[in-house]
Design a protein around this ligand. Structure first.
Ligand SMILES: O=P(O)(O)OC[C@H]1O[C@H](O[C@H]2O[C@H](CO)[C@@H](O)[C@H](O)[C@H]2O)[C@H](O)[C@@H](O)[C@@H]1O
Length: 350
C-alpha cells in the first residue's frame, strides 16, 4: 500500500480475517451460539434488498452486505451477545477499560471540542461505582481528565505512557494509587517538546493541519486538510522525524501520531493496571476493553493472548481487529455500560 493509499484507507472498510482466539479459558469466544444468533439477526434479505434499492446499487450492495454479515458473525454486537458475555464473566471481577475519542465522545473536526455528554458521564460513573474503571487514551492525561471529570477513575494518557490512579478515597483505589503510578517515557519529555515546536512551524503552511501536544506523544491532525495535501503533510512530518530516530510514527483516525520508540502501548497499560489492581496472573478477572482506533488493537491483542475478558471494537464498518465483539457508536457504548450496571445491581439484589 502506498503512503497515500494508507492515508486514504484510514477510516475505510478492510476485509476482516477471523481473529485467532487461542484463549486459555475461552477457546472460542464469543460462543458459537452467540455468533450465530447475532449473524441471524442481521441476515434479513428483505432489509438488505430495501437498503440496496434505496441507494440504487443492488449489484454492489449484495457482496458488501455479505461482507458485513460475515464480519458481524465474527465480531457480534456486544449488546446482542450481552448474556453470553455475562455468563463468561460470572464469578470474576470485571475491570473496565475505556478509550476516549470515538468511544465515549463522537469524532468531531476540532479535537478541543470533543466533549462527552452528561448522559455518557453518568454511564461511566455508574460503571465505576461497581467495577475498577480506567480511561486509556492517546490524549495527554490532564486533557482527557478535563473531558471526563471523574476523579474515581484510573487514567492512562499519552497512549498509556502516563498512568495515574484515582483519588485515594475512591472505592477501587489501591494503597499505592497516590500520585503517578507509571511514566515509562519521562526521559522523552524534552525531545517531544522540541519536535512539537518543529512540527508546528513546518506544518504551518498546510491549511487545516494542527499539531496537538499530548505530553509524551504528539498528534498531527489532518481531518481538516484537503486530501491532495495529505501526502505533502506526511512527508513534512517524516522529514522532521529523520532527525529523531528515537521517535516513531503511527496512525490513528485522520491523525499521525508521534511517540517514543519504546515498547509501551495501550496493551502494556492494560497489563500494568491489572497488576496494580492485584490481578497479575489471576484467573478471577474479566477485563473489558472498549475502543475504536488502531492503537486500541494493542490492548485487544493482549486480551486475546491472555484468553481472558473481551475486546469490543466501536465501528460501523468492518475493520481488521483482534476484538471479539463490536458496538456501532458511542451511543451503543453508553447502552452497554448501562446494561452492565443494571445486571450488577440485579445480582446484588438476588
Ligand atoms: O486514544 P484516543 O482517546 O481515541 O485518542 C486518539 C486521538 O484522539 C483524538 O483525535 C481523534 O478525535 C478527534 C476529536 O473527535 C478528531 O478530530 C481526530 O481526527 C481523531 O483522530 C485526539 O485529538 C488525538 O490527540 C488522539 O491521539
Amino acid at each position: 500500500m502506498t503512503k497515500h493509499a494508507a492515508f486514504a484507507a484510514e477510516d475505510a472498510a478492510v476485509a476482516a480475517p477471523a481473529p485467532a482466539q487461542p484463549g486459555r479459558r475461552f477457546t472460542s469466544y464469543p460462543p458459537s451460539s452467540c455468533r450465530t444468533a447475532a449473524a441471524q439477526g442481521r441476515r434479513d434479505p428483505g432489509a438488505a434488498g430495501a437498503a440496496a434499492r434505496a441507494t440504487g446499487s443492488w449489484l454492489n450492495a449484495v457482496p458488501r452486505r455479505a461482507e458485513h454479515d460475515d464480519w458481524m458473525e465474527k465480531h457480534p454486537s456486544a449488546l446482542a451477545g450481552f448474556e453470553s458475555m455475562l455468563a463468561a464473566a460470572k464469578g470474576k471481577q470485571v475491570v473496565m477499560f475505556l478509550d476516549y475519542d470515538g468511544t465515549l465522545s463522537p469524532i468531531v473536526k476540532d479535537p478541543d471540542t470533543a466533549v462527552m455528554t452528561e448522559e455518557m458521564r453518568d454511564a461511566v460513573r455508574g460503571v465505576a461505582e461497581h467495577f475498577p474503571t480506567a480511561i486509556v487514551s492517546g490524549r495527554c492525561r490532564d486533557k482527557v481528565f478535563n473531558f471526563v471529570k471523574l476523579a474515581e477513575l484510573y487514567y492512562a494518557g499519552s497512549h498509556g505512557m502516563d498512568i495515574k490512579g484515582p483519588t485515594p478515597e475512591s472505592k477501587h483505589a489501591k494503597a499505592k494509587d497516590e500520585g503517578v503510578l507509571c511514566q515509562p517515557a519521562s526521559e522523552f519529555l524534552p525531545v517531544i517538546d522540541e519536535v512539537y515546536r518543529a512540527l508546528t512551524a513546518t506544518t504551518a503552511a498546510i491549511p487545516g493541519a494542527t499539531v496537538e501536544n499530548n505530553k509524551f506523544c504528539l498528534s498531527v491532525h489532518f481531518r481538516c486538510v484537503q486530501e491532495e495535501k495529505w501526502r505533502a503533510l506526511e512527508e513534512q512530518v517524516r522529514s522532521v522525524l529523520k532527525e529523531y530516530p528515537d521517535l516513531r510514527l503511527t496512525r490513528g483516525r485522520k491523525v499521525l501520531e508521534i511517540r517514543p520508540s519504546i515498547k509501551w502501548d495501550k496493551g502494556n497499560a492494560l497489563q500494568f493496571l491489572l497488576e496494580a489492581l492485584g490481578f497479575a496472573d489471576s484467573n478471577n478477572v474479566f477485563p473489558i476493553y472498549i475502543g475504536d482506533d488502531r492503537t486500541d488493537e494493542d490492548a485487544f491483542k493482549v486480551l486475546r493472548d491472555m484468553g481472558q475478558g473481551i475486546g469490543i471494537l466501536v465501528s460501523k464498518i468492518p475493520k481488521e481487529t483482534s476484538a471479539s465483539y463490536s458496538l456501532r457508536e458511542p451511543s451503543e457504548v453508553k447502552e452497554f455500560l448501562h446494561k452492565l450496571v443494571k445486571s450488577k445491581q440485579s445480582t446484588q439484589r438476588d
